[in-house]
Design a protein around this ligand. Structure first.
Ligand SMILES: Nc1ncnc2c1ncn2[C@@H]1O[C@H](COP(=O)(O)OP(=O)(O)OP(=O)(O)O)[C@@H](O)[C@H]1O
Ligand SMILES: [Mg+2]
Length: 225
């Protein structure tokens, strides 16, 4: 565990332990997040780093139960505001039950989506008030921000093409139209422009292995591994 060993030397004898790192993956449906998280999780594990991978919404029993409500195809009558608050509810639980205690122990977390997804989907995609979403996100996350966010950027058409080759059944949110995904993508790019130090845009149109190598480089350079 090269990185933590070096850090632990500095903090030996001190009470505050080295905080872990929170890395999030963002991007429209089918952009390759789950695929790339598997690669990164493997390579961090090989480097001896204790890494936890999670997905949003989910990651705790309560959050997974909320996820089931959100993705249930029967719930066609769900209002946009209900959806926003359910995502926030799942997140509030995840941050307090898993993120904060794990980071305090020095563990690294890779999370498949986090609060940027809410800004992109509910804000830019559905048109809910961005300021209201910022306030709800702040409450849900207790100001726990990612150390690095990798935005897998891909045109909606290409993502849809990839997804049509995927065998898993479509869920309620997968059925949203192409225009919606275009707005979400535009939203992600706007969010990334606001926080260029945290959010790194990756070209997700490239081959899986090439993208995995680029992400590896970003993480190793960014965190001095
Ligand atoms: N670089 C790539 N080139 C071509 N196909 C890819 C690439 N990366 C992933 N895929 C394929 O595209 C599909 C979507 O990838 P993946 O499930 O990782 O995306 P995702 O961002 O996690 O999607 P979702 O938001 O729906 O969970 C999968 O079938 C995957 O095998
Ligand atoms: Mg996925």
């Amino acid at each position: 565990m090269m990185y933590n060993k070096a850090r632990n030397k500095q903090t030996d004898g001190q009470h505050d332990r080295q905080r872990g790192r929170l890395i999030t993956f963002e991007g429209i449906d089918g952009s390759g997040k789950t695929t790339q998280i598997a690669h990164l999780s493997d390579s961090l594990g090989t480097a001896g780093i204790h890494v936890i991978t999670l997905r949003e919404p989910g990651g705790t029993a309560i959050s997974e139960a909320v996820r089931d409500i959100l993705l249930d195809l029967k719930h066609t009558g769900m209002f946009q505001e209900t959806e926003l608050l359910l995502f926030a509810a799942a997140r509030a639980q995840l941050v307090r039950e898993v993120f904060l205690p794990s980071l305090a122990k020095g563990h690294w977390i890779i999370c498949d989506r986090y609060y940027d997804s809410t800004m992109a989907y509910q804000g830019y995609g559905r048109g809910l008030d961005l300021q209201a979403i910022r306030a709800i996100n702040a409450l849900a996350t207790d100001q726990c921000r990612p150390d690095m966010t990798l935005l897998l950027d891909l045109p909606a058409e290409l993502a849809a093409e990839r997804m049509s080759q995927r065998s898993t059944a479509a869920d309620r949110i997968d059925q949203e139209n192409r225009d919606f995904m275009r707005r979400v993508r535009t939203g992600y790019l706007a969010i990334a422009a606001e926080e260029p130090e945290r959010i790194i845009r990756m070209d997700a149109g490239q081959a899986e292995e090439a993208l995995a190598q680029q992400i590896h480089r970003q993480i190793w350079e960014g965190f001095g591994i």
